[in-house]
Design a protein around this ligand. Structure first.
Ligand SMILES: Cc1cc2nc3c(=O)[nH]c(=O)nc-3n(C[C@H](O)[C@H](O)[C@H](O)COP(=O)(O)OP(=O)(O)OC[C@H]3O[C@@H](n4cnc5c(N)ncnc54)[C@H](O)[C@@H]3O)c2cc1C
Length: 453
């Protein structure tokens, strides 16, 4: 059975891996020259790796880790110290470190020791967040009508902890503020954070996500006979009389015929090419409820080390939300002799919220980033900036705002030979690499089951 997959992000590649391992004939069509979608990394003219965004593997990413093992990349990422590190003004750091106890005591005792929360923050958090720790999927779904800030205040948790702790988490997860993000994904995260000791560990790719994950996935698929076409943009579907897909048409006029068609496009790209005939189905019409979160990633090369932290960092009140010195966290890339790097720090920083940055000139953004870097990393005041790059993604992951979760589509569509994969489709994670991997597995399993029936 021939399956055509459109989009070579983590979702499309995961679907291809599952299908190939079940004996399907798989072709992937990707509009760009590089694979990986939002995880893609490319070399610029200086030989530097430019990341679409800084990417972290969480301990709870079971499916993604299973794929990394399957494609022979299980040792391509390394776990860091189990701590949430906040960069504070003038080089200080505050920490939330889990205690060496079973959950939830690891989190409760660790939280009580966190130096950046007041005693009132701690007590109000334990009391206020209990419903999240005790809640199940059904409860989380029932809270999707309000923002996280509303939920937090309703439960009597402190304002200071909202700004200090959870704002950074909302920005890291979905690049939007806690008064914009739905309570649902935040509560899901608390549940993981508070009940599964290992779920919140962070790992970094040894080189970068492109080399350490996407490249092994590509090799696995091609070695098993899968065919990957780049520069191959899907432009429309031609339909049979019964509304099923007759063929896919690429923007260069090439046509693709298959027994099953999987869209692993981001939802905003899919909306542009959906046949109008399909909009009679709520399943497809509901896709127009999703909008993408703008985000930007800034990389800075310095001539000296400005930090010695080998981990992900968060900060509050800065233009960057999450960041790392990848010359330390990723020992296989960003090292002296590779491109611009000369042994100094290479900061990779996710800038969020970023709606106001999309039309801002890169020089202005860089100067704002440098102002905050000088504030948080005093050693940078005596370091020379060798190079800076900015990647803007106006529509990245879907915005997890209230009342949108219910529109996340199943992987099986009402059209007999058409399927969806992608981080926005329904699975238990928010938009993430794990969500994309889960959607790839689900689409392959459901397609296989439908074929069998
Ligand atoms: C800055 C940033 C930081 C992030 N950090 C993390 C992190 O630390 N941890 C984490 O788990 N997640 C993180 N994410 C989220 C994660 O990257 C995404 O959730 C995930 O990669 C989405 O995968 P996907 O396959 O669903 O979609 P995508 O990666 O968007 O892949 C879709 C693919 O479809 C292609 N395409 C689009 N239109 C067409 C067309 N017409 N024809 C053919 N192909 C087309 C695209 O080029 C792309 O390759 C981050 C995202 C960003 C932007």
């Amino acid at each position: 059975m021939k399956t055509a997959v459109f989009g070579a992000g983590v979702a499309g590649l995961s679907a291809a891996i599952e299908l190939i391992d079940r004996g399907y004939d798989v072709e992937i069509y990707e509009k760009r020259k590089i694979l990986g979608g939002k995880v893609s990394v490319w070399k610029d003219n200086d030989g530097d790796s430019i990341e679409s965004g800084l990417h972290i593997v969480f301990g709870g990413y079971e499916q993604l880790q299973a794929y990394l093992d399957r494609v022979g990349a299980g040792s391509n990422y390394t776990w860091k110290d189990h701590a949430l590190i906040y960069a504070e003004p003038d080089g200080k750091q505050s920490m939330f470190r889990k205690a060496a106890l079973p959950s939830p005591w690891a989190e409760v005792v660790g939280g009580m020791q966190a130096d950046f929360l007041t005693m009132w923050d701690k007590l109000s958090l334990i009391k206020g967040l209990y419903p999240a720790l005790a809640g199940n999927e059904e409860y989380f779904r029932s809270q999707d009508h309000m923002t996280y800030s509303e939920w937090h205040r309703l439960k009597g948790a402190s304002e200071h902890s909202l700004q200090k702790l959870w704002r950074a988490i909302a920005l890291a997860m979905n690049f939007i503020e806690p008064n914009v993000i739905s309570a649902r994904p935040m509560l899901t995260i608390f549940k993981y954070f508070g009940t599964d000791y290992a779920a919140t560990k962070f790992a970094f790719f040894r080189e970068n996500p492109g080399q350490s994950m996407i490249e092994p996935m590509r090799q696995y698929i091609q070695n098993k006979g899968g065919r990957i076409f780049v520069d191959a943009r899907l432009s429309r579907f031609d339909l049979n009389a019964n509304g099923s897909v007759e063929k896919a048409v690429l923007s260069d006029g090439h046509t693709v015929e298959a027994d099953a068609y999987i869209s692993a496009l981001p939802v905003h790209s899919l909306k542009k090419i959906l046949p109008r005939e399909w909009l009679v189905h709520d399943y497809f019409a509901n896709l127009f409820q999703f909008t993408g979160s703008p985000v930007a990633n800034c990389q800075l090369w310095f001539d000296k080390k400005i930090t010695d932290t080998d981990n992900l960092m968060f900060s509050q009140g800065t233009i960057f939300a999450t960041f790392a010195d990848v010359s330390i966290t990723c020992p296989g890339d960003f090292q002296q002799g590779l491109g611009t790097a000369n042994g100094g720090s290479v900061m990779s920083m996710v800038l969020a919220p970023a709606h106001h940055l999309m039309d801002m000139p890169n020089e202005v953004i860089t100067s704002l980033v440098m102002k905050d870097i000088h504030d948080r990393f005093p050693k940078s005041r005596n370091a020379r900036l060798l190079k800076s790059t900015i990647v803007k993604i106006p529509q990245s992951v879907y915005k997890a705002v209230p009342d949108v979760d219910k529109f996340r589509p199943d992987q099986i569509s009402p059209v007999g030979n058409f399927y969806l994969a992608g981080d926005y489709t329904y699975q238990r994670y928010l938009a993430s690499m794990e969500g994309a991997a889960l959607s790839g597995k689900a689409v392959a399993e459901k397609l296989h089951a439908r074929k069998g029936s």
